[in-house]
Design a protein around this ligand. Structure first.
Ligand SMILES: [Zn+2]
Length: 85
């Protein structure tokens, strides 16, 4: 009976240590990866570069821009404006 008591005690200690270790690990991960509700420290990584149409001066994302002009250095909002210029 005494042996069983020790066995239970050892299991409880091991479980407590595992729980403590997991809690410490969670805290470390939280420090490395802040929760999403916190303000993003790198907004530029998500914001796309905005370019200005050379014809109508409208701003648009660079991925949607149409490049035209003699050497392709002009930026336009649409193919129609690239042709018009
Ligand atoms: Zn335009």
């Amino acid at each position: 009976m005494n042996l069983l008591m020790w066995l239970v005690l050892v299991i409880l200690v091991v479980l407590a240590l595992k729980k403590k270790a997991r809690s410490t690990l969670d805290q470390a991960q939280t420090r490395q990866n802040p929760p999403p509700e916190q303000p993003d420290s790198r907004p530029a990584a998500k914001a796309e570069t905005m370019v200005c149409c050379a014809h109508c001066q409208m701003y648009l994302p660079a991925s949607e821009a149409v490049y035209g002009g003699e050497r392709g250095e002009q930026v336009y909002c649409s193919q129609a404006h690239a042709d018009h210029a």
